[in-house]
Structures are given as C-alpha cells and as structure tokens.
Design a protein. Sequence first.
Length: 328
Amino acid sequence: MRDYVIRRVLGMIPLILIVMIVAFAIFSLVPNPFAALIENPRIKKADIERLIKAWGFDLPWYLRFFKWFSGVIKGDWGPSLLYPGSSARDVIARALPVTIRVMGIEFLLSLLIALPIGIISAVKQYSVTDYVVTVFSFLGMSMPTFWFGLMMMMLFSVFLKRPSGAPLLPAGGIMTPGLEEAPFWTRFVDQLQYLVMPVLVLAFSSVGSWTRYMRSSMLEVVRQDYIRTARAKGVPERLVINKHALRNALIPIVTLVALSVPGIVGGASITEKIFNIPGMGSLIIAAETKSDYPTAMVGLMLTSVLVIVFNLIADIVYAWVDPRIKYS
C-alpha cells in the first residue's frame, strides 16, 4: 500500500502540471485580459501598460506560463483584475470560506438523507415507499436549480411573512449588513437563515441522484448468492443488510462521494448567483467573463488539484471497504 501511494503521489505531479499548462494555454486565448481594468476610469493607461509588462503579457504564452508558475510556487498568485488593489489570493481567501460553509452543509445533509433512503428503497423494492422515493429522486435530478431557487425565494421571501411583516427568510446574501462585528452566536444564527434556501436547493438535486445510485448499488448486492445464503442460515434481516450488504454496496458510492468533495471548494455558480452568495462559484464565473485571468487560474488550479487528490483517496478507501482489493 505504501509503495502504491508513493507511486500515485509522484504520478500526480506531472498530471497537475499538464492540467495547469492546458488551462493556461486556453486562458491565453483571451484577447485582452486587462479589459476589466480598462473599463475602470480611475486607472491610468500607463498603469495598465506597467501591469502588462510586469506580468509578462507582452511575452508568448509559454514563457508567460513559467513566469506565472514560478510566482505561484513563491506564493505570489498575481493581482485580481476584477478587484483592483486586491491580489488573487486575497479574493480567493474571502470567497472560499463562504463556499465551504454552504457546500459543506449541503454535502453532509445530502449524504445523511440520500444513503438511508436509497437503502430503504432497495430493500422495499416495488413497494409504495420505493415508488414515492423514485418519484422524488427523479424530480430532484431533473428540476433546474435556478427555477427551484426562484420558487423558494418567492415562497419564503415574498409570500410567507413574519408577524412584523419582514420576509420569513432573506432572499439573498450571506449575512445581514452591519453584523460583521457582532458576537459569534448572533452572527451564527443570522447566517443560518441565509443558508436555508441555497442549502435546500442544492441538497434536493444531490439527494435525488445519490439516492438512485445507492438504490441501484444495493439492489445489485442483495441479489448475490452470499446474501441468499446468509438469509437461508437464519441471519436476522437487519444484520444481512447492515453487515453483509451495505459494506459492499458502498464500494461504487465511494467514487461518487470522493469526486463530489471538490465541489465543496468549486462551489455552485448558478445557485450562488441566484442567492447572491459571494462564493467560489460566482467568483470564478465573474473572473472568466471579466477576463480576470489570475483569479480564474487559481480557482481552476485549486479545483483540479482536489479532483486528482480525491481520486487517490477514493482508491485508498476501496481497499478499506473491500478486503478483496489489494494494492502492491
């Protein structure tokens, strides 16, 4: 196992480098990466030309890549062209905790709901419970998040009111303005009401797909000979499902969960835009549309590294879940 992990980690280094080179080459096709600064009347043309030279945009893209990459290694990720006066690292540092908060809660909530429901649906195949779960699963998988988000906003922020006349839940944002210096619990309770709608919108979609994966995996396992043998020996059904079937049914789910973890950092751009959440998803989209090349590159690099790392983690977890798998 140790030799396998070392080989995989060493193999990740050129893979990450290739991903960054390809991404950099694509971003180099942007005709004017300083367009966002040119639109700002408070920035002088001479300052823009100085930045172009300082960041090597007067060089070929492959020479510019090595200049950018050496800066990344030194911790200098470049300026944010979308937010003049801020570095790309500072902009990412502000958006990342917001996305982790929203996507992390959604991720855990989806797992806690989808896995048990998928197991119950498989065990009670073709029952009323199974049909109800199937309907809601397909509804969650097919419903557009932007439409569901708007419907949630209309329901909880327009139609439903508190006794004071204020909306039951805030329509967007992450915290009430002016509470930045408030005590921790005041800010915690305030932020919870802002998280309810975006978390529910994201979780409804994730629960639908994860439930179907869990149901299909469990159905495949419960039809195996060793499950029938365990039942024939008189093993209680609870032990058959929880001890014998569940562990093997979780094997394909490991990949699904591991590949979903980078989404906690990458964010959900559509939902973040709808609810005006200043997270990574909306930041990366804004950086790409406004040609904020340094910020977009850092966001892409972070997400790519996490995808590669969690692929390795999934392979390692396979050996723990399934003793038949051996890495040498």
